[in-house]
Design a protein around this ligand. Structure first.
Ligand code: PSU
Ligand code: MN
Length: 303
């Protein structure tokens, strides 16, 4: 394992001392946001985790090794490389990327796997993948959902992206036995918006409760992690009724152009960015920073 896993010195030290560490994904950098905002966001998210008292560990595969914690040069290099030249890695792709000695960005699923290997139990991101609209035809259901059922990492996200079929995403998570915990409100948040029109299955108001339920899952011998759905701050949100027409338009364009498989999520995010004239990116940045803060508090409560 040592041959495959490279821990940044400060991450290794924090884990050895039992200090709080928060994992961060890299697909959001390579496939989720345009350059150079992606680099600025990646740096700001790390700084936010530090300010909140934890050590950040951004995860990516670089030249066939799993890196847990990237230095600034590695972060910059990843952010500046076009998404088309970096593999987008989920559970299915991880070992192939390593075997080929390639560079790849980890999705929520792959980041959870690498975090768990390193001994990190909390991970902050923007939004998880889920059940795509029309999945009854396309079968497009993100591997992120299965991963939450198998790998013991608490994932802090702003709900699932509103480009997805949220009711179906909740149903699949329920079937898989994944706790979906809204933070501080009864309603499931919908990424750019605080409201989704759907009741969240579970609610907690305190990071210590979230840490306790992670511990108790392990004590009960229950595999898998937890999804914490943290609403975007009110001042940064784009209300649901404003987002709906943009989302609908991006979805119909994707269908008309035959966008499929791994390209669906990056295509939709990029089109919504254009259609909202950058407003969706501002909201995306605010919610990721907000998730980084909460994840750091949960990681501290797990000590
Ligand atoms: N949320 C974002 N931006 C992103 C993603 C999520 O705000 O880029 C990425 C995550 O890495 C997530 C992936 O795991 O999209 C889901 O992709 P898919 O739908 O192909 O499983
Ligand atoms: Mn998919």
């Amino acid at each position: 394992m040592k041959d495959l896993l490279s821990l940044a010195p400060e991450v290794e030290q924090a884990l050895a001392q039992g200090a709080p560490v928060v994992a961060l994904e890299s697909t959001i950098i390579t496939h989720g946001m345009p350059y150079p905002q992606n680099l600025e966001v990646a740096r700001n998210v790390e700084a936010t985790v530090r300010e909140a008292g934890a050590i950040p560990a951004t995860i990516a595969i670089i030249a066939g090794r799993i890196h847990v914690g990237l230095d600034d040069a590695a972060l910059e290099n990843l952010a500046a490389t076009p998404g088309s030249e970096v593999m987008k890695l989920s559970r299915a792709d991880l070992a192939v990327c390593l075997a080929l000695g390639k560079t790849g960005a980890t999705t929520v699923a792959a980041t959870m796997i690498c975090a768990a290997l390193a001994g990190i139990r909390v991970f902050a991101t923007g939004g998880i993948g889920g059940v795509h609209r029309g999945a009854e035809q396309s079968f497009d259901i993100s591997a992120d959902l299965q991963e939450l059922a198998r790998t013991p990492v608490t994932v802090v996200a702003a709900g699932a992206k509103a480009i997805l079929d949220l009711p179906k995403t909740l149903e699949v998570l329920e079937t898989l036995g994944v706790p979906v915990i809204a933070y501080g409100q009864d309603e499931l948040p919908a990424f750019w918006s605080r409201q989704s029109g759907l009741a969240a299955p579970l609610r907690m108001d305190d990071p210590a409760q979230i840490a306790a339920s992670a511990r108790l899952r392990a004590a009960l011998g229950l595999a898998g992690g937890q999804l914490v759905a943290n609403p975007i701050p009110p001042e940064a949100e784009i209300p649901r009724e404003v987002m709906i027409p943009f989302v609908e338009r991006a979805l119909s364009e994707a269908e008309a152009q035959g966008i499929a498989a791994k390209s669906v999520t990056p295509f939709l995010l990029q089109r919504i960015f254009e259609l909202t004239e950058g407003r969706s990116l501002e909201a995306n940045i605010a919610l990721v920073l907000n998730n980084a803060r909460l994840a750091a508090r949960i990681a501290a409560a797990m000590i």
